[in-house]
Design a protein around this ligand. Structure first.
Ligand code: F6R
Length: 360
């Protein structure tokens, strides 16, 4: 049941510290600066020459997140929409690793992409929440995110767990390729281990409800971010439109000035995600929207320069860029939830949507 919560979505948002702790259990060893991923022993991905992530919706945003951490580490990688894969897949051979990212493990588009890749000779891995799902069985290997059942149609805790698992898988791939991790494990793994409590801090202290109420009568809601903040902006907008039925869009911060700025008015709040990747540029992009009258909501740590400039602030604990986006995402989940709640939407079952999409 929903227990003390009005909706499964809110319950699942609040389950994120536990879900993440379960995902990390036995998989990271901060003291010895090691990750261990069960069957994926060191050396598994030695011969991989490129990585393609295939997924839809929220899982696609997690895939973008995972793919970007690989690219930033110098590995050829792309996140691809599974529903476009049959018409737009990059070349595949035996050295291609294809990673299907799917909460349910039953999404038809993702299964099709996975099967196509396998038929072309790729090595396949499924990252999923559901043990025994079709996608778990269809791939060479499966990696389980262990988030527990997700009832709300809008994916929340599974995004966080997917992004973390893809980051860990990415680190294994990087170690196999280059003989060493892309990030300093002595800093990164202890930081990762603190994520459950960082999420807890956000959940206890978030101003998301007040901010959702403050901008309740707006016309459109924009979400911007750069680097790992970009998939978070896309996810923030998807969640918002899905459960509030209001228009929302996510952009790369730097794209605003290439068109979307024409839409910006005092009726279009801009939520800007700061991950520590060229934040100065993001702040400049956000300020351009603010100059046109848009209220600016900065999602960033206390003491960040954006706090002084913005009209409102959603605080995230200080962390490394690889993880800041995950924290920001939780604040945006809460904004969507409270905005939808104020509008009295059927939050757990938005119109026209199903939890798992088993048709093409
Ligand atoms: C959004 C949402 C959907 C799913 C998408 C893929 O909140 O839930 O966009 O993420 O349908 O589903 P899975 O991950 O089960 O393949």
């Amino acid at each position: 049941g929903k227990g003390e919560y009005d909706h499964f979505m809110l319950k699942e948002i609040h389950e994120q510290p536990t879900a993440l702790a379960q995902a990390l259990e036995g998989r990271i060893d901060p003291e010895n600066a090691r990750i261990s991923l069960g069957d994926f022993e060191p050396g598994t991905f030695e011969d991989v020459s490129s990585v393609q992530f295939v997924a839809c919706g929220t899982s696609y945003h997690a895939a973008l997140y995972g793919s970007l951490t690989l690219k930033q580490a110098g590995i050829q990688s792309d996140a691809l929409l599974a529903n476009e894969y049959s018409v737009s897949a990059p070349p595949i051979d035996e050295e291609t690793l294809v990673v299907a990212v799917t909460q349910s493990g039953e999404t038809a588009d993702t299964l099709n992409a996975l099967r196509h890749a396998a038929a072309e000779g790729a090595t396949t891995v499924t990252v999923t929440n559901v043990v025994g799902s079709t996608a778990a069985r269809a791939a060479d290997e499966a990696l389980f995110i262990r988030a527990g059942p997700e009832i709300g149609v809008a994916a929340t805790k599974t995004f966080s767990s997917q992004a973390v698992m893809l980051t860990l898988l990415g680190q294994r791939i990087v170690e196999d390729q280059f003989g060493e991790p892309a990030v300093d494990f002595e800093t990164f793994l202890p930081e990762l281990a603190t994520m459950p409590s960082a999420l807890d801090d956000i959940l206890v202290r978030s101003d998301a409800e007040a901010i959702a109420n403050r901008y309740e009568d707006s016309q459109s809601y924009f979400f911007i971010g750069r680097g790992l903040g970009f998939p978070v902006a896309l996810e923030g907008a998807l969640k918002f439109k899905e459960i509030t039925y209001e228009h929302a869009e996510g952009f790369a911060s730097g794209e605003l000035k290439h068109g979307p700025l024409a839409l910006v008015t005092p009726e279009t709040p801009v939520f800007a995600v700061f991950t520590g990747e060229e934040d100065e540029k993001t702040l400049k992009n956000a300020s351009e929207a603010q100059t046109r009258g848009a209220p600016l909501v900065a999602v960033c740590p206390e003491g960040h320069r954006a706090v002084d400039v913005a009209d409102a602030h959603l605080e995230i604990p200080e962390t490394v860029p690889d993880l800041a986006g995950l924290l920001a995402n939780v604040q945006l989940q809460l904004v969507s939830y409270y905005a939808a709640d104020a509008l009295d939407r059927p939050i757990d079952k938005p119109r026209n949507l199903a939890k798992s999409v088993t048709v093409e």
